[in-house]
Design a protein around this ligand. Structure first.
Ligand SMILES: NC(=O)c1ccc[n+]([C@@H]2O[C@H](COP(=O)([O-])OP(=O)(O)OC[C@H]3O[C@@H](n4cnc5c(N)ncnc54)[C@H](O)[C@@H]3O)[C@@H](O)[C@H]2O)c1
Length: 302
């Protein structure tokens, strides 16, 4: 299958592109390298250094005519979306629509979209949340992700193009950017390995569902299958609080640093955990095993 992956120079989608290549698919990547790295892109993909917001996307889609578009490119910083909702919507809503218009005109047969569980469900009524949980996004980032899910519904109703939305929990693993706001595992690991001191905001009892990136890539493979369509969680069903996570990382990095606490970030979600979706065929990798692989990768680069 010919697959165009947006954001394929980034953390998650570079693993997705690798998984597709391994299965023998023809992979094209579109990425503007705003946070992604060219080093993450395999030599076996055709790479376009371009933005999903640009008119150039129409030419790329018309030339390549992929069977499927896997859409991961995004502005991923929730705090930035709060500070500048127009910018967030420009990339995450209008950019997505630019891509979808180009794709439908080029005859694409299916969309796969990287959505979010944590930011779409908001403070949960049930733990873990399944896909039928009420959606109540609290940030422009979450609102944009939910909007794009709705637009994909529109493309299905209007043009008959099926879609898969993957609502990710907190994804972690090799290649995650340690300098953004998103990845606590990456930020803590890099700091601890460099002998620097990370900070826990609040009392550290806030929980998240940490899912390993290779489990996420496996769901993106399942999403290609004939007849697979709709909205699916990608998580572990296990809540881990930040104090516990920090404890694992201190042990794995052999660090004896005392991690200080700073005032909680206003509006930070208290708990988040997703019921694994049916596209998760294997049990999720344990946190201990995933963190071990992640720390090894960061250590090899320090
Ligand atoms: N990391 C998580 O825990 C998580 C959780 C839920 C959803 N997601 C979603 O998964 C996707 C990938 O996230 P990630 O963590 O790998 O982040 P990332 O920043 O590593 O990847 C995003 C990629 O998109 C590219 N990009 C950004 N704006 C672009 C544009 N306008 N045109 C083309 N390329 C552009 C960046 O250069 C980068 O390579 C995003 O859509 C994100 O919202 C991530």
């Amino acid at each position: 299958m010919k697959i165009l992956v947006t954001g394929g120079a980034g953390f998650i989608a570079s693993h997705v592109a690798d998984a597709y290549l391994k299965e023998g698919h023809d992979v094209i990547v579109v990425d503007n390298l705003s946070t992604g790295k060219k080093d993450h892109v395999s030599h076996n993909v055709r790479f376009y250094h371009s933005s999903i917001e640009s008119p150039e996307v129409f030419q790329i889609l018309e030339k390549e005519k992929p069977d499927l578009v896997n859409h991961h490119a995004a502005q991923i910083d929730v705090r930035k979306s709060v500070e500048n909702p127009c910018y967030d919507a420009g990339v995450n809503i209008v950019g997505s629509l630019n891509l979808f218009e180009a794709a439908r005109k080029s005859g694409v047969k299916k969309f796969v979209f990287a959505s979010t569980g944590g930011a779409i469900y908001g403070e949960q009524d049930a733990y873990p949340a399944d896909e039928s949980h009420r959606t109540d996004p609290q940030s422009p980032y979450g609102i944009a992700k939910l909007s794009v899910e709705k637009y994909l519904q529109f493309y299905f109703w209007t043009y008959g193009i099926p879609f898969v939305c993957l609502r990710y929990a907190n994804v972690y693993g090799p290649r995650q950017n340690a300098h953004g706001e998103a990845g606590v595992v990456a930020i803590f690991t890099e700091k601890l390995l460099k002998g620097e001191t990370p900070v826990i905001y609040g009392d550290g009892t806030q929980t998240r569902d940490y899912v390993f990136v290779e489990d996420v890539a496996a769901c993106n493979l399942e999403a290609l299958k004939e007849g697979v369509k709709g909205i699916f969680n990608v998580g572990t069903g296990i809540e881990t609080d930040v104090n516990t996570l920090a404890g694992h990382l201190l042990q794995l990095t052999s660090s004896d640093i005392k991690i200080p606490h700073a005032p909680a970030k206003p509006g930070e979600q208290k708990r988040s955990v997703l019921k694994p979706g049916v596209l998760q065929k294997d049990s999720p990798l344990s946190l201990q095993a995933g963190l071990t692989k992640t720390v090894e990768w960061f250590r090899s680069r320090c």
